[in-house]
Write a protein that binds this ligand. Structure first.
Ligand code: IDP
Length: 162
């Protein structure tokens, strides 16, 4: 008679990560993402149109830096990633570090922004700030991938653009 093991299962969470245009050492960043325990469930390089960049950052449209931010985001290819891990949204924000690399170097010297950001605008990486944003931005960039969400495995890795 087979005994069933009963345990708790926390479904892994997903977040949208972006390696922003002109970021050096993309491969190092990707290696680090995996070393920190994230599964790269989706990956594609995309040059955003101005309209897409404005939509992507619409929550910031009233900020004084919105124009600069859009100019930056359309300057070259972004590497768009769906990262999967327990608590992925918060874990990825922690891995990125603070928005301002000066602050990042003070408070989180191991973070990606401390090491790879040029300045507060050109800060190398993006990550969704909460689960609703993550869901919306994943859908905006990748379309409906909800049917794939349960099967999280390295087989889902799509690295054809590298
Ligand atoms: P986050 O990316 O850490 O969530 P947000 O405040 O949501 O930071 O800002 C979105 C993006 O806008 C930042 O990642 C950065 O590229 C840019 N940004 C934020 N604050 C400034 C600023 O004061 N000057 C110029 N660009 C900024």
């Amino acid at each position: 008679e087979a005994e069933k093991e009963i345990g708790f299962f926390f479904p892994p969470e997903q977040t949208l990560a972006v390696i922003k245009p002109d970021t050096q050492h993309k491969e190092v960043i990707l290696d680090e993402i995996r070393a920190r325990g994230f599964t790269v469930s989706r990956l594609k390089d995309t040059v955003l149109s101005r309209e897409m960049a404005e939509e992507f950052y619409k929550e910031h449209r009233d900020e004084p830096f919105f124009g600069q931010l859009v100019d930056y985001m359309v300057r070259g290819p972004c590497t768009m990633l769906v990262l999967t891990k327990e608590n992925a949204v918060d874990e990825w924000r922690a891995a990125m570090g603070p928005t301002d690399p000066g602050e990042a170097r003070e408070t989180a010297p191991e973070s990606l922004r401390a090491r790879f950001a040029k300045d507060i605008l050109q800060n190398a990486v993006h990550g969704s700030s909460n689960q609703t944003q993550a869901h919306d931005k994943i859908h905006f960039i990748f379309g409906d991938i909800s049917s794939e969400n349960e099967a999280v495995s390295p087989a889902l890795e799509a690295e054809e653009s590298f």
